[in-house]
Design a protein around this ligand. Sequence first.
Ligand SMILES: [Fe+2]
Length: 283
Amino acid sequence: MSHKNFLLFKQKFLPFYQKVKQNKFCRDFIEKKYRHSIQVLNIGREIADRDVKLQKENKKFFELGEKALLFHDVGRFSEIAKIYQDNLYNHHASWYSKKYDHGLLSYEMMKNEKGFEDVRILAALKHHGHMMEKFYEDEEFASVENIEIKRQMSAILKWVRDADKLANFYIQKNENNLKKDPFFLTMDDELKNAPLSEKALEQFNNYQVVLTSTITSYCDRILCCLSWIYDLNYLASYQICAEQGYFDMLLSLLAEYNYNIEIQQQIAQKIQFFLEKKIMNNY
Ligand SMILES: [Fe+2]
């Protein structure tokens, strides 16, 4: 990763930072997203250093992949500026509304930038936060004919998705982020203590990532983070999660707000079995 790219990253950040910095909430949020981007690059590198599959990739893969890691969330900067403009920062519902698609914003901010026009970067920017189906259905990327480029495109997207999740687990564990993020802060007490919703639980039990659109309570939000376990791609990502105790951290957080002990035990058991199976089967 060249110094030039870090400068470009700063350039993408600063105009939006200037726009929102007078509002504490938005300033904290945009600064957090700046740090998150660097963390995703670092954690992405850690995954690559440890993963047998990723170690087989070539120089070009890492050159493009590292750009995708660092720039995947630049759309967050413009999203936060829009949220600020529209006065949407004080209500929890706005954080999970589909009003802005920050992946699409990242894609649009970078697609005409020299050195970023490659589909292997653009697919990761646009689809890092979507369900994979959306990526498979996207004409621009589905029509790529070169098999090796197509394979690398998907492998980079999966690498960014893993690093993104692990970076979030990292701040959830080390910075208590789930209690500091806008979703929690702007929620009233009744919602904070509301039980898991049937819809969220059903998705989790079917080994699906809980859709953000179905999240109604704080418990749902934690279960959604737990359900990311179904959407990790590289063995090294699972190993890091196990070593760092990320799922145990989320389970104890859930236990604080989920008063149904039986359901809590079922969730814990499912997570434990799934993680063990992933790690064992991949060796
Ligand atoms: Fe993102």
